[in-house]
Design a protein around this ligand. Structure first.
Ligand code: MN
Length: 742
């Protein structure tokens, strides 16, 4: 898998120089090549006698770096800098000498590269941060410094096999951490891919070589498939008059396959798209036209289309991306772009400024707004560590970096929400979070945080975590905190339910739970079932793990007389509310359902109406004791009730003393005649009921179908409304919708 082979240097200097010059002349015919020649000869002279670890002449290295720079089609000054980049650091040559020979511009560039080369990213974190700051500073002064440094690193990576394994691993890691993201940020995607693949090869050789063999085997197998897809795309383009198109299928680079496997926890076999297809066309219009063509040929995979032409990436990358279900049902990725976009995609910033001599570099640099921001931060931030945090912000774009109101930077995975942020700061902040202000603007809990956002959490003392929150958060910390809260809450609720059930059963024997707890009799039950506490016993009953009868069978219950004797004493206890009751009370307050059903002898119940049958006052109802969510009210006819555990059913009745309104749905089928709707709403109003929602449609046989949501007082009220509607001429049928349809 060696990349550019190392050309043996058999004192063929003139040829090397001639090659380099002809390479530059290809893209810049008017180049002043005397500068390159002068730099070449100077570098050769001062590097004389030096050897690289490979044993070959050291001078070979600056030549290769110069070739990489020429491949990026940069100006002659940068090519010359590449040739000279190691002279000050590694030879007797001095900076004043360079300046004297080549002028201040090249001297400044060489100085910049030298300084960056002295940066070691392996020292203490603090030093690393400081080094990073220097690098960005150098970069801001002249981006060409970074480009030469990247070219230098690329050649060093290509020849890394000559170093000791420990050095290989260190340099590979550093490349992966810093230089590959930097190349990506500057839009040098070809270089980025090469740096990543080489880094993987030296940092995780086992993985790399395994991948290489797997990929080559699979690509061979898929050769026919790839060719078929290429032929189909080309055929379709030709047929529709896109004659200047260039369609290619390229294997994805190893590192991206490796990352995909790691990130999504896939095996090699599960990574389907080893080949990406690319269509390069003449104009933007053709790109969108070709996209339509591809989508008519194969079904696009929803959510995978990205329009980077309309909205370019920060590094100027432009392209249309789509994934379609190709032949044989296999997903294939396709990129569509113009030739110019392709240039930018491969060479990044270099494509934008290229060889144009004397062009204002700062003007070009300013296009890279992220770079400007880095420079700004560099000025403002005094603490190198803080600076590193900030720099990372843009180099590692897969994570988002969020500012606290005090300016601290916190890293989050993509898709994180204000809840993740709140839980990171403090658990209580998370529990009570109702939303956030992002950059001063109110956002909901669903808002997805973006890099650079300043987030201020909004809280309310009444807010508590909800199960649905688990779907909103990305960080494991937030998830575990929410789960923990819900668990405690469910435990408390099931304790309350258990208490109620046991009390109910004890009452049949004229016994009181409170007294039994006081006398330590319940404690015997706790021991009998090897539980830890009375709370746990009650919770077990509430969860339905133990039935009250079973618990009672294991209690040394006193005679009824004794209980009566103690009744007085118990009265006193009633004054002070036990925490359990408080919990139930609070839960009832929070619950949106008003207290409209009664359970004999018990107050303060957490009640909600089952959505399957939506009972209304007057319906014959039954309660079902849920696990941790109080009691759900069903109609006696509800099919769900027949399937449920009869031990968990409880008798309830409507509390006729509380006036209440319940929402029901009514379905009306009628003739499709004008004015009928007005008639119906009039009738409903006459019956003193509110319509909260109305939906009108027509059936296949030209009948009108109306769906009303109305709030009613009770069953009697409802039947009056229904018969009133049915009394309207043109109405064929009116009925209550019992099940949640659709
Ligand atoms: Mn070098």
């Amino acid at each position: 898998m060696s990349k550019t082979p190392i050309i043996p240097l058999v004192s063929s200097k003139p040829k090397e120089l001639a090659d380099l010059i002809s390479c530059v002349k290809q893209y810049n015919p008017e180049a002043d090549t005397s500068l390159i020649e002068k730099a070449y000869l100077f570098s050769e002279e001062v590097h004389k006698g030096q050897k690289r670890s490979s044993g070959e002449s050291y001078f070979h290295h600056p030549i290769e770096v110069a070739f990489i720079i020429a491949e990026l089609r940069l100006d002659t000054v940068t090519v010359a800098t590449a040739l000279l980049h190691d002279t000050v650091e590694d030879t007797v040559a001095t900076l004043p000498q360079i300046e004297e020979q080549f002028g201040p511009e090249i001297a400044a560039l060489v100085d910049g590269v030298t300084k960056i080369s002295q940066i070691s990213f392996q020292t203490s974190e603090e030093k690393q941060a400081e080094n990073f700051r220097k690098m960005v500073f150098a970069m801001a002064k002249d981006l060409r410094v970074i480009l030469v440094k990247l070219a230098d690193r690329t050649h060093n990576m290509r020849t890394l096999q000559h170093l000791r394994p420990d050095k290989q691993a260190r340099i590979a890691q550093e490349t992966l951490d810093i230089y590959a993201p930097l190349a990506n940020r500057l839009g040098l995607s070809a270089m980025k891919r090469e740096l990543e693949d080489l880094s993987l090869r030296y940092s995780k050789p086992e993985i790399y070589y395994k991948l290489v063999s797997q990929v080559s085997k699979k690509l061979k197998e898929r050769d026919q498939y790839t060719n078929d897809v290429l032929a189909m795309i080309e055929g379709a383009l030709q047929e529709h008059g896109y004659h200047n198109s260039n369609v290619t299928g390229r294997p994805k680079h190893f590192y991206s396959i490796h990352k995909k496997m790691e990130k999504r926890n896939l095996t090699f076999e599960q990574v389907y798209d080893l080949t990406g297809f690319r269509i390069v066309l003449g104009t933007v219009e053709q790109c969108y036209g070709a996209l339509g063509l591809i989508h008519s040929l194969w079904t696009p995979v929803p959510g995978r289309f990205k329009d980077y032409i309309a909205i370019p990436k920060a590094n100027f990358y432009q392209s249309l991306h789509t994934t379609v279900v190709g032949p044989g049902g296999e997903k294939i990725e396709i990129q569509i772009r113009t030739q110019q976009m392709h240039e930018t995609a491969e060479r990044g910033i270099a494509a934008h400024w290229a060889y144009k001599e004397g062009k204002n570099i700062s003007a070009e640099t300013s296009k890279f707004s992220w770079l400007n921001r880095l420079v700004e931060w560099n000025k403002d931030l005094q603490d190198p560590n803080e600076f590193l945090e900030t720099v990372k912000l843009d180099l590692f774009s897969e994570d988002v970096y969020i500012f606290t109101p005090k300016g601290k930077v916190i890293e989050f995975p993509q898709g994180a929400t204000p809840l993740d942020f709140a839980y990171t700061i403090h658990t209580d902040l998370g529990h009570h979070c109702i939303g956030a202000k992002v950059n001063g603007r109110m956002v909901s809990l669903k808002y997805k945080l973006k890099s650079g956002d300043t987030v201020e959490v909004l809280t309310s003392p009444n807010q508590t975590p909800h199960k649905d929150w688990l779907k909103l958060v990305k960080t494991s910390r937030a998830k575990s905190k929410i789960r923990q809260f819900i668990k405690v809450q469910e435990h408390e609720r099931s304790m309350a339910t258990g208490e109620m059930l046991l009390e109910k059963e004890l009452k049949k024997e004229d016994l009181k739970l409170k007294s039994l707890i006081k006398e330590g009799i319940i404690q015997k039950g706790v021991e009998a079932f090897s539980l830890k506490s009375v709370d746990d016993l009650l919770s077990a009953i509430g969860y339905g793990k133990l039935s009250p009868k079973k618990v009672m069978s294991r209690l040394p219950l006193p005679s009824k007389e004794k209980e009566v004797a103690e009744a007085k004493e118990t009265k006193e206890l009633k004054e002070t509310k036990r925490p359990l009751q408080k919990i139930v009370e609070e839960a009832s307050k929070k619950s949106t359902t008003r207290q409209v059903v009664k359970v004999k002898g018990i107050e303060d119940l957490l009640v909600h109406f089952a959505r399957c049958c939506s009972p209304v006052p007057g319906d014959s109802v039954v309660g079902f004791i849920t696990r941790g969510r109080g009691i759900s009210v069903h109609t006696r006819k509800c099919p769900k009730i027949f399937d449920s555990d009869p031990h968990r059913l409880i008798d309830i009745e409507w509390d006729t003393t509380t006036a209440t309104e319940r929402a029901v749905k009514i379905r009306v089928i009628c003739e499709d005649r004008p004015g009928l709707l007005a008639d119906m709403s009039g009738v409903i109003k006459d019956q003193d009921a509110n319509i909260t929602r109305a939906q009108i449609g027509t059936t296949k046989d030209k009948k009108a179908l109306c769906l009303f949501s109305i709030s009613i007082k009770n069953l009697n009220h409802l039947s009056k409304i229904i018969s009133a509607i049915e009394g309207i001429s043109g109405v064929l049928r009116a009925e209550r919708v019992q099940k949640k349809d659709r």
